[in-house]
Design a binder for this molecule. Structure first.
Ligand code: BGC
Length: 750
């Protein structure tokens, strides 16, 4: 069994109704005077979420601890340096722990899922104080600790939080008991902490047609409201959150079962409200019961997400494209909250694997995602190892295994699946390209093996992945709102192309890791798959079965096709893209790759036209509709301003924003030439509609900047480089110039 600083700490639970957050309290006389304290550390974790205080002071700025991991094998504990607090305190040493439901007793999932890790929640902590003479004192949670009901009388991630400010802590004690947990699951937190970031002030406050008070924060964000208020004791302020308006009222239908409603019951004095045991995806809030008139200075929205360093920036001459980039950044921030989620607002917020498979490369440019996604990939590996079919689950953490779904519901949607299961390969692949960390590649490799091994028995005699369930080109804009899997692309064509990509990268990874036998196995699988794909799906004239943009995008971008067929397939793709009037025709599968497939085969102009199209469906259509995040559907909001009738309609889903990877690398022209940008390739590909672009990235080797401008057919390119990073500059006239360090300027005819 692993030793953890919490091994002698009991996990405490209290007899309280499910909504009530108990507050635990432990105290001890200090063994030596306060000034003798040289170090003090608090370790804590929970099956649930907790907030800790030492001597009445919060121990951290981070929230929603311990975050969400695959709790069955990894329950993260946090460690907080509380030396200053303990040295500066008076009287007995005191630890306070407030315990909420979080993801543990979260009733997570859509429809009737109600998935739960357990019916009880529990918290453990250990405070260790070290004195000048080397002695140590420990105060750890034990059944002797006291608990009372806090003022939090309702707390749920989906439904929201109620705080009764009349509760003071002198309420009758709750029964406390210790619960057994497997301490071997405890490990130090690997994921970055969840933090409050900026706050936003209301942009507008007004009365809706039905007379309700509405607030617009001007940005679809994830977090909660914060305010201080005074009113009549016992009165209730109620806050309902939503991403959009419909007919001038809050558009809550897309939230499905997530009430996203917070309440404050006033004490009669000054009440500070900040509901930190829930979170909401919202731009608008309906405020009911505010004492007096609500003004813009009365409340603020707090933006909450996992900590990630900002590394990449992009700007260009097209303001709509700049807004698209901003929207993608906001969607990433909102959905990188402990785990990479599909969406942050409705009764879902799950680690859907397909969404991050599509988006990982895009995500790893603006932000350093390495620690965040590494932690999630550890869960993916554990869940896959423990899955009955040893297939990558659709969501990680795989909480849906606890769902109350009617018999068969999950059965019908289970087993190895392209794109979703390919997260086991594509997410590590994106991290490898962005950061080049070999140790992590090695840690992620076993899940690649499991994924490919789970597909092998499904490969048909023809060598194709044509058996089993597929989500396919999910959310193809031509699929009916109620059937998002009904795409134009043949799901077996999509799956077989994805298998080729995954087997190819697994072969590269195995080779990199010195696993030659594995490399040969995956290379052979890739080659067999490629041959079968070409033989059964591709005609001599380059036409690919089901003849829609997605199948061409995948076959070309994944390098399934040989030169001549590839050119013909590329011409067919370009023809399809033109025939659709440059409206997008791809879903989750094709969207990240369609512009790549065009630009890498001599169709840069078509790629630009596709990017810059504004009519629905297109990347810029939501921007023209005032979107401030990436939408789940190409038309989450219809051109007439009404919400898409599909029950699955979020306004904050990053997956279809996956074109931003291409924007950074091809429009911006900043690409890794070797893993982790150890060698950089600067190759901007100017096209019609964009006159200039400025791109920068803080790589592991230092900052790289690329700025280009085209006027009168002449490209001026400025490159700024750190020392010691070799860079190949590829100019539109075909010249390749090797440079290193400092600033360099080039010009060329376009
Ligand atoms: C989620 C998607 C997810 C999909 C898979 C949806 O409900 O929001 O983003 O990948 O289900 O079926």
């Amino acid at each position: 069994m692993r030793a953890s600083p919490l091994d002698d700490a009991a996990f405490l639970t209290a007899e309280a109704p499910e909504g009530v957050a108990p507050r635990f309290h432990g105290a001890a006389a200090l063994d030596a005077p306060r000034e003798e304290v040289v170090a003090a550390t608090l370790w804590a974790t929970a099956q649930g979420i907790y907030e800790a205080t030492v001597d009445g002071m919060p121990v951290t700025e981070s929230v929603l601890n311990p975050g969400w991991t695959s709790y069955e094998w990894r329950l993260a504990y946090q460690s907080f340096d509380v030396t200053a607090t303990v040295r500066g305190g008076t009287g007995d040493l005191e630890v306070g722990l407030l315990l909420g439901n979080g993801w543990w007793r979260g009733r997570l999932g859509f429809g009737a899922a109600n998935a739960n890790y357990g019916e009880g929640i529990a918290v453990a902590a250990a405070l260790e104080v070290e004195f000048r003479d080397g002695r140590r004192q420990r105060l750890t949670t034990s059944p002797e600790w006291r608990a009372t009901a806090s003022g939090i009388t309702r707390n749920s991630l989906y439904k929201g939080q109620t705080v009764d400010a009349r509760v003071h802590g002198d309420e009758p004690a709750l029964a406390v008991r210790a619960v057994e947990i497997d301490h071997a699951t405890l490990e130090p937190q690997a994921a970055p902490p969840i933090l409050r970031h900026e706050t936003l002030a209301p942009r507008r406050i007004w009365q809706s047609p039905s007379g309700r008070t509405l607030v617009d924060f001007g940005q679809n964000l994830v977090g909660w409201l914060r305010f201080t208020v005074r009113g009549r004791r016992g009165d209730v302020i109620r806050l309902r959150h939503a991403e959009v308006l419909e007919d001038g009222e809050l558009g809550t239908r897309p939230l499905r079962h997530a009430d996203a409603t917070d309440e404050l019951i006033l004490s009669g004095g000054d009440d500070v409200f900040e509901p930190t045991f829930t979170f909401h995806g919202f731009r608008y809030v309906e405020v009911e019961g505010w004492p007096g008139e609500l003004g813009p200075e009365d409340l603020e929205a707090v933006v909450v997400h996992s900590e990630m360093a900002r590394t990449g920036h992009f700007r260009c001459s097209d303001e709509l494209v700049n807004q698209l980039i901003e929207n993608a950044i906001w969607s990433q921030r909102g959905n990188f909250l402990s785990v990479p989620t599909d969406c942050p607002q409705r009764d879902e917020r799950l680690g859907w694997t397909g969404d991050i498979a599509a988006y990982a490369a895009s995500a790893s440019f603006p932000f350093d995602t390495s620690d965040f996604l590494d932690s999630w990939l550890r869960d993916l590996r554990l869940e896959t190892e423990h899955a009955p079919d040893r297939a990558v689950p659709f969501v990680v953490p795989a909480v849906l295994k606890y769902a109350d779904f009617p018999e068969g519901h999950l059965g019908e949607w289970s087993g190895p699946t392209a794109i979703w299961g390919d997260a086991a390969v594509w997410v590590p692949q994106a991290l490898w390209h962005a950061y080049g960390d070999r140790e992590r590649l090695a840690a992620h490799y076993p899940a690649m093996v499991l994924h490919l091994a789970s597909i092998e028995p499904l490969i048909s005699e023809r060598g194709l992945w044509e058996n089993g369930n597929q989500f396919g080109d999910w959310l193809d804009p031509d699929a009916p709102p109620e059937d998002p899997a009904a795409a134009k692309a043949d799901p077996a064509v999509v799956a077989t192309a994805c298998l080729y990509r995954s087997a190819s990268f697994a072969a590269d990874a195995a080779k990199e890791l010195g696993k030659d036998e594995d490399a040969a196995r995956w290379r052979a699988l890739a080659e067999r798959t490629r041959a079968a794909f070409v033989r059964h799906y591709v005609q001599a004239d380059g036409q690919i079965q089901s003849d829609c943009a997605t199948v061409y995008a995948l076959a070309i971008a994944f390098d399934v096709l040989e030169d001549e067929v590839r050119d013909r397939a590329a011409d067919r793709l370009a023809a399809l893209v033109r025939a659709s009037g440059y409206r997008v025709t791809t879903g989750f599968a094709g969207t990240p790759f369609v512009t790549w497939a065009l630009s890498e085969t001599g169709h840069v102009e078509d790629a630009y036209r596709l990017l810059l199209e504004r009519e629905c469906p297109s990347w810029l259509y939501p921007v023209t509709m005032g979107a401030t995040t990436v939408w789940e559907r190409w038309d989450s909001m219809l051109p007439d301003g009404s919400i898409n009738p599909g029950e699955m309609t979020s306004f904050n889903h990053y997956a279809l924003g996956a074109v931003v990877d291409w924007i950074h690398q091809v429009v911006g022209g900043l690409r890794p030439a070797s893993p982790g940008y150890g060698r950089v390739r600067v190759e901007p590909r100017p096209g019609p509609g964009i006159e200039w672009a400025e791109t920068s990235l803080l790589t592991r080797g230092g900052p790289v900047t690329v700025a280009w401008r085209v006027s009168d057919g002449e490209l001026t390119l400025e490159v700024g480089l750190p020392d010691g990073v070799p860079v190949d500059v590829v100019l539109p006239d075909g010249r390749v110039v090797e440079v290193a360090g400092g600033g360099h300027t080039f010009s060329a005819r376009v």
